[in-house]
Design a protein around this ligand. Structure first.
Ligand code: ADP
Ligand code: MG
Length: 330
């Protein structure tokens, strides 16, 4: 758990980058720091592992004041991933990944075993990659190595500063999913910086939306989309707010709340969609086909009913309590 307690940072030139910030990252959850460039995300993150000093207030990590942790404790407790992966070009992949365990004095065998486990997590063959150098890997692979390097000594806390920001969109989505999969197993307490709305919605248990170093709203993605607290939040998420919120809900959610409609067997070329798919995908399917329904199937490919555009809209009204999607001007 990480708690920010009236945390403030004023740089020497007089810029207050973080202003009186209060929130908690619960154990095993992901909080995404979101906001425009210069709003203080990186500063806030770097105060946690003491790369920046704190001007006022405190940061408490698992019950301990961050200022009281020594260098070894900081390394053991906190993994750090940055956008430009930070791999050392003259060190092999294994040496790079094992930097912190090395500093902590792990044995050769412990390090070798750990390296194998970590490489398997990201689907890279440990034997094949051990002796390679960073430049021999693709951008996506390098970034994966950056992530497992931060996980190497199994720290309870991870700080991630736009870790996937330099990757192209398709690889980025893949790595986001892979990382969420890993997180389901390792359950780290994660503070994750992003300026990308879709990434934040996808990764976050809760989002801290910042402007000028101040918190505009601290909420779950669906609450923030459904109930923005002020004009800044409304404007930040823009007119796609309703559509974006669809990615947080599955066809199953829709079925549970308002039910499916009967499917029409006579319509040819009707596509099918698995009930666990999200509604954003469902809607885009509906909009990219002739037929006005998509048949919903369960995991055994049994047909359960159908979804229509009307039904998705009805669900959206239900979700964004009484605010019709069409009247949202963003
Ligand atoms: N080392 C520094 N010295 C002075 N001002 C800084 C320094 N680093 C960042 N700032 C300022 O602090 C504010 C927040 O920056 P930063 O935390 O990098 O924001 P973000 O990561 O959200 O883009 C900006 O106004 C930036 O110019
Ligand atoms: Mg930044």
């Amino acid at each position: 758990m990480i708690t920010f307690d009236h945390t403030t940072k004023t740089y020497e030139g007089g810029v207050t980058a973080v202003n009186n910030v209060d929130f908690t990252v619960e154990e095993g959850s992901i909080v995404v720091l979101l906001g425009p460039s210069g709003c203080g995300k990186t500063t806030l993150l770097r105060m946690v592992n003491r790369l920046e000093s704190i001007t006022d207030g405190r940061i408490i990590i698992d019950g301990q004041n961050s200022m009281e942790l020594n260098q070894i404790e900081l390394r053991r407790k906190i993994g750090y991933v940055i956008q430009s992966n930070g791999l050392f070009p003259n060190m092999t992949i294994e040496e790079n990944v094992m930097i912190v365990p090395d500093l902590l004095g792990w044995s050769k065998k412990e390090k070798r075993d750990r390296f194998h486990t970590l490489m398997e997590l990201i689907g890279l063959n440990p034997k094949e990659y051990r002796k390679r150098y960073p430049h021999e890997l693709s951008g996506g692979q390098q970034q994966r190595i950056g992530v497992v390097r931060a996980l190497a000594a199994d720290p309870p806390v991870m700080l991630m500063d736009e870790p996937f920001g330099a990757l192209d969109p398709i690889i980025r989505e893949k790595i986001q999913e892979e990382f969420l999969q890993i997180q389901r197993e390792v359950k780290k307490t994660i503070l994750f910086v992003s300026h990308d709305i879709d990434e934040a919605i996808k990764m976050a248990d809760k989002i801290v939306l910042l402007r000028g170093g101040e918190i505009m709203q601290f909420d779950t993605p669906s609450e923030m989309l459904a109930h923005p607290k002020n004009d800044f939040v409304v404007q930040f998420f823009g007119k796609d707010r309703a559509i974006r919120s669809l990615s947080l809900h599955t066809v199953k959610d829709l079925q549970d709340n308002i039910g499916l409609v009967d499917f029409d067997e006579t319509i040819h070329d009707t596509k099918t969609i698995n009930i666990n798919q999200d509604l954003r995908n469902t809607l885009s399917m509906l909009m990219n086909q002739e037929a006005d329904q998509v048949i919903v199937t369960d995991n055994n490919d049994h047909k359960l009913g159908a979804v229509t555009i009307d039904l998705v809209q009805k669900y959206l009204h239900f979700e964004i309590k009484g605010k019709p999607a069409a009247s949202q001007k963003g």
